[in-house]
Write a protein that binds this ligand. Sequence first.
Ligand code: APR
Length: 235
Amino acid sequence: MKKVVILTGAGMSAESGISTFRDSGGLWEEYRVEDVATIEGYQRNPELVLNFYNERRRQLPLVRPCHGHELVAELEKDFDVTVITQNVDNLHERAGSTKVIHLHGELDKATSTWSPNDPKQIVTLPPDHPDIHIGDTAADGSQLRPFIVWFGEPVPEIERAAMISSKADIFVVIGTSLNVYPAAGLIQYVPENAPIYLIDPKDVPWTSGHRFHHIKKGASEGMEELTQLLQKERL
Ligand code: APR
């Protein structure tokens, strides 16, 4: 089976009702990134950051995968699909995708402030107890924090994501402004002869020399068109 690698961003979940970051009305219009999405912001005011993610986490059970998530999962019938997502929601998994790499962490998980990437410290927060409060501790006794990769922190999954991107037969980019590195840099690893499809209703800054086919539609309609286009590729 051909390997299809799909890099997704906030636009993938927009049709599920989860706001993007940099569109008008996006999250970064309401909150300052430096206050809620940086390690310095967390050290300066942990309660503000815990509440920001508590609010977003409480939204998770209220939203569901959009048709685009479902079509991404259905591609697994004909292709060896790996989703590399910048999103921290669990909508790809809930739609049925079986191989999902979260570059920026997972909203429904929590970890240790001292060793955030130690697997022994990572716990899943149950939907009926989604909040993290000051005083909640991880296994190592430190303050429990969201299992989110903040600006200024390493992206542990990037090496694995780059290796997988370098083996793609087909690469797809859905709903990301390609503003944030190292995620946006994954395109550099895609083999020269692998077609790249971009699904986004807007133009996005494309710095790679790699040619791409822009499906200028939303995630769901765009995935409908891509599914048709890939029919001939599936052999
Ligand atoms: N379908 C597809 N794409 C859409 C849709 C839609 N319905 N609506 C908006 N988009 C596109 C926008 O045109 C934009 O290109 O989704 C993209 C959203 O870009 P951002 O808001 O910048 O989100 P993203 O690229 O995922 O941000 C990357 O930045 O703040 C950090 O960690 C955060 O993971 C996030 C990272």
